[in-house]
Design a protein around this ligand. Structure first.
Ligand SMILES: [Zn+2]
Length: 90
């Protein structure tokens, strides 16, 4: 009797664990997809007449993700700053 109830407790525990794991995985995937969409729309919105996020000069920009997660458009001259801060190229 005792052995069987322990077995079922174990099975239920593993099932709950798998369920939690599945929910976490699905949630993470959705959040990542939302992030990609946000970056894509940011790029489109600033496609023309962009100003550098750092020196505010109009120039052809490259986009970097800053350490706080925000996307910054950076001109040729400020690219060194982006590299120095290890910002990730979008
Ligand atoms: Zn600049």
């Amino acid at each position: 009797m005792g052995d069987i109830s322990w077995f079922f407790t174990g099975v239920v525990f593993v099932l709950i664990l798998l369920l939690v794991l599945a929910v976490v995985l699905i949630f993470n995937r959705r959040r990542r997809a939302a992030n990609i969409v946000a970056i894509g729309s940011y790029k489109r919105r600033t496609a023309t007449g962009q100003k550098c996020s750092l020196c505010k000069r109009k120039d052809k920009l490259q986009f970097y993700t800053m350490n706080n997660g925000q996307v910054a458009g950076v001109c040729k001259e400020c690219r060194a700053t982006a590299k120095k801060n290890n910002w990730e190229r979008v």
